[in-house]
Design a protein around this ligand. Structure first.
Ligand SMILES: NC(=O)c1ccc[n+]([C@@H]2O[C@H](COP(=O)([O-])OP(=O)(O)OC[C@H]3O[C@@H](n4cnc5c(N)ncnc54)[C@H](O)[C@@H]3O)[C@@H](O)[C@H]2O)c1
Length: 384
């Protein structure tokens, strides 16, 4: 008989839905877990919406103040799905109340804001994780296994892009519901903290720490109407960012992100070139991992497109039969499953708050480098 792990989820937007789906599905597909999540309460600021979300998704109750969620004795884990400017306050209060914490990325708007969050969870000794969910796309998880087995040999290059096109319209306002990402006060930064943070987390997981960076950023639309003040205000976020870097292992990295790449909705791609082999992956075709191995016979040597659906691929024994795909939402089911397994074993569920802080250090260095037009050391101490 599995034990209950009662979830208090804060923020019923996009991530509130993906996480709720993860909690609901996990027990059906990972039946051997010792813990079973229970949708105990959902929290949002508008009573009508919170109640409607609770009814639709099957939460036992709802709250309109996150402090009440943290004060409740019947909540074991707090899941933070709110915009970036509230992560620190909620996480620190939850840790002090002894709750486990699952926090959305980026951990915080800056390293300065994130460090007390790490201190709080470590002082309280509570289980914690940050939802850098792309690690749990089976093809990406498999890439990690192939790299760790040494199949690529020495790594020379790592490159990643995360391209979108939804902010090109100069009439789009900034701030408030749905548009908080354009408001630097709420988001902390633009594409760097929102999109490149994903690329950086995956990159350091696959290829080790990033030592130093040289970056450029641009804000293409300099002023936008602010939804909360009703006034036209300066835009403080980076609309686009490109940086190059050195990894601790001596390889070179090249990263680009923008919300101005017409035609691209969420084109997250990565490629790694090693001495023996290369790997590439594309979020728009997430069940495939492309692999080239120079050690193959020359007459059949070439890029293979491996369909990551067989039962011996990461996580895939839990789903359908070979050849049948899974999708974006499954990455969240996988992270819930890994979190519950880690709680059972008393082990950290990576990426932890500490890991996510290291990603934040790279983001801070990228923004500082762009501002100062100079190379910046990141100060990252990456733990494999
Ligand atoms: N892992 C991923 O791939 C991924 C994808 C999207 C967003 N995110 C992250 O998830 C977080 C939320 O993003 P989103 O896209 O779900 O945003 P969203 O705007 O869709 O939802 C945010 C929710 O938070 C609620 N909220 C805001 N302030 C609150 C408060 N004080 N108390 C209670 N509720 C509050 C809003 O009402 C809304 O329901 C952000 O940190 C974002 O960076 C991660």
């Amino acid at each position: 008989m599995s034990k209950e792990l009662r979830i208090g989820l804060i923020g019923y937007g996009f991530m509130g839905r993906t996480h709720s789906n993860g909690y609901k599905r996990v027990g059906d597909f990972f039946p051997d877990l010792a813990y079973r999540p229970v949708l105990q309460t959902i929290c949002g600021r508008t009573e009508e919406n919170a109640k409607a979300f609770a009814d639709q998704w099957g939460y036992a109750s709802y709250e309109t103040d996150w402090r009440k969620v943290i004060a409740r004795d019947d909540i074991d884990a707090v899941d933070i799905c709110t915009p970036n400017d509230s992560h620190a306050e909620i996480a620190i209060a939850a840790a002090e109340a002894g709750k486990m914490i699952l926090c959305e990325k980026p951990l915080a708007r800056t390293t300065e804001e994130g460090q007390p969050m790490v201190d709080a969870v470590e002082k309280a000794g509570v289980a914690n994780t940050v939802w850098y969910n792309y690690r749990r796309v089976p093809a990406v998880t498999l890439a990690k296994a192939l790299i760790d087995e040494g199949r690529l040999g020495r790594i020379f290059h790592y490159r990643a892009n995360f391209l979108q096109d939804w902010t090109i319209n100069a009439d789009l306002p900034q701030g408030g519901a749905a548009l908080w990402r354009l408001d630097v006060k709420a988001a902390g930064s633009g594409v760097t903290g929102d999109l490149l943070a994903h690329c950086i987390d995956t990159a350091m997981w696959l290829n080790g720490g990033i030592a130093d960076v040289s970056a450029m950023t641009e804000t293409f639309v300099k002023q936008r109407m602010h939804n909360l003040t009703g006034k036209v205000e300066e835009v403080g976020i980076d609309d686009a960012c490109a940086f190059h870097c050195h990894f601790d292992n001596g390889s070179l990295g090249l990263f680009e992100s923008t919300r101005y790449a017409r035609g691209h909705k969420a084109l997250y791609t990565l490629e790694i070139n090693g001495e023996h082999a290369s790997i590439r992956w594309d979020l728009h075709d997430l069940n495939r991992l492309e692999y080239f191995d120079h050690r193959d016979d020359s007459v059949v040597r070439g890029w293979r497109s491996v369909h990551i659906t067989d039962g011996d691929m990461p996580y895939m024994d839990k789903w359908w039969v070979p050849g049948l795909c899974i999708g974006y939402e499954h990455t969240f089911v996988h992270q819930v499953a890994d979190f519950l397994a880690a709680v059972e074993k008393g082990e950290p569920c990576r990426p932890t708050f500490r890991d996510a802080l290291e990603t934040g250090k790279v983001c801070d260095a990228v923004l500082a480098s762009a501002r100062e037009r100079a190379w910046k050391d990141t100060g990252v101490d990456w733990q494999a």
